[in-house]
Design a protein around this ligand. Structure first.
Ligand code: IPM
Ligand code: MG
Length: 400
């Protein structure tokens, strides 16, 4: 009898989740098309400093953003402002992943540059609220998490298209415990959700002269959901006959990324949310660690750009926040600039980051007092951006 009651309760819970997801699928199908930034005046950029090391690296990223967009900020074509309130303290106070008034404010901006925010888990001193990244991705329907990793001198030029609203993340806070011994989370994959991310990866490859797109799943074991993702991928790929497409399982893919010979073959990769979370941390390590990697969270109406790492509260506790690497957020800023249409400026910023972070390395960040501060590194970067020889020098480095 006791079991029956627990099962009935679980069924009811599951039924409600399904109702909400069926509604969501309809919304995806009828969503408005891509926003056209060239038609906006002004383009509104919001800065969300976050918490932990967030405000420290956000300040540096904002400095770079203002430097790069200086003219258009002055002319009023770009409007840039800090949005307050997305800190763990304020979120805990409201017991919400994103407090309502903050979310309302965020929605007034076309794009945001976001610093890391603390994600509590069971047992932390904070209430166990949902990750603010995950909530923002869902609220603004930022379905594509685009994460490039480039190490030119090792022949690595990857771009990951991580699905950002589904998989184990969609119902992350809504798992169930049935009796004292069983815990269940739900993995959700939908056809329109898979289609839009696979389409984006394939389109990216087509428009950027890439020759190969790889889909990563565990469809041999996780048959229904990963099976659907993979099936959608191959079906769509038929519309791109010029592209070579293949698929790998996540376990062997994780291994192949450390295979120096094979890994150069990969170009564009598309994968469900959790595999994407894990694989992109690994990939970023080749570029110098998660502190050097930025991510774009892109939807058809909004976009948010952020570092791929967390808020590093330990660094703050140990008074090391000024030594945090702002390169991750500055890379995110470069992606933001690119996304709103300043392609050449974005390229220039990426080149400067490569030179300062991987080649010349006049200043090196270690996260500790034996390394440079984030501010000093940013000064160094801006010096490079001011240097008219940037392009020439870069070409020399690549050839050398
Ligand atoms: C990321 C982060 C987040 C995620 C965390 C903070 C919830 O690891 O952006 O990759 O898992 O997506
Ligand atoms: Mg992650």
């Amino acid at each position: 009898m006791e079991n029956k009651a627990a099962i009935d309760k679980a069924k009811e819970h599951f039924g409600k989740l399904l109702e909400a997801q069926l509604e969501r699928v309809e919304k995806i199908k009828t969503a408005p098309d891509w926003i056209d930034y060239s038609q906006l005046s002004p383009i509104k950029i919001g800065i969300l400093p976050g918490d932990g090391i967030g405000p420290f690296i956000a300040a540096e990223a904002e400095r770079v953003l203002r430097f790069m967009l200086d003219e258009d900020i002055k002319s009023g074509k770009i409007y840039l402002k800090t949005i307050e309130g997305l800190t763990i303290e304020n979120r805990a106070k409201h017991n919400k992943a994103i407090p309502d008034d903050v979310l309302e404010e965020i929605k007034k901006y076309h794009v945001t540059l976001k610093g890391p925010t603390t994600t509590p888990r069971k047992g932390d001193p904070w209430p166990n609220i949902e990750s603010c990244n995950v909530a923002m991705r869902k609220e603004l329907d930022l379905f594509a998490n685009v994460r490039p990793v480039r190490v030119p001198n090792q022949g690595i030029d990857w771009i990951f298209f991580r699905e950002n609203t589904e998989d184990l993340y969609a119902l992350g806070p809504y798992g169930i415990e049935v009796g004292p011994d069983i815990a269940i989370d739900f993995k959700l994959i939908t056809s329109p959700g898979s289609e839009r991310i696979c389409r984006m990866a394939l389109e990216y490859a087509r428009k950027n002269n890439k020759t190969k797109v790889t889909c990563i799943t565990k469809a041999n074991v996780v048959k229904t959901t990963d099976g659907k993702f993979l099936e959608v991928f191959y079906n769509l790929a038929k519309e791109y006959p010029e592209l070579q497409v293949d698929d790998w399982y996540i376990d062997i893919m994780t291994a192949k990324l450390v295979d120096e010979k094979r890994r150069r073959e990969f170009q564009v990769m598309v994968l469900p949310n959790l595999y994407g979370d894990i694989l992109t941390d690994e990939a970023a390590e080749f570029q110098g660690g998660v502190g050097t990697a930025g991510a774009a969270n892109i939807g058809k109406q909004y976009a948010m750009f952020e570092a791929i790492h967390g808020s590093a509260p330990r660094m703050v506790k140990e008074n090391r926040a000024i030594y945090a690497d702002p390169a991750s957020m500055i890379r995110a800023a470069a992606m933001l600039i690119n996304h709103i249409g300043y392609t050449d400026k974005a390229k220039k910023l990426e080149m400067a980051l490569d030179i300062c972070g991987q080649y010349e390395k006049k200043l090196v960040i270690t996260g500790r007092p034996n390394g440079a501060t984030g501010k000093a590194f940013t000064d160094y970067l801006i010096d490079w951006l001011n240097n008219p020889k940037l392009q020439e020098t870069w070409e020399g480095y690549v050839k050398g």
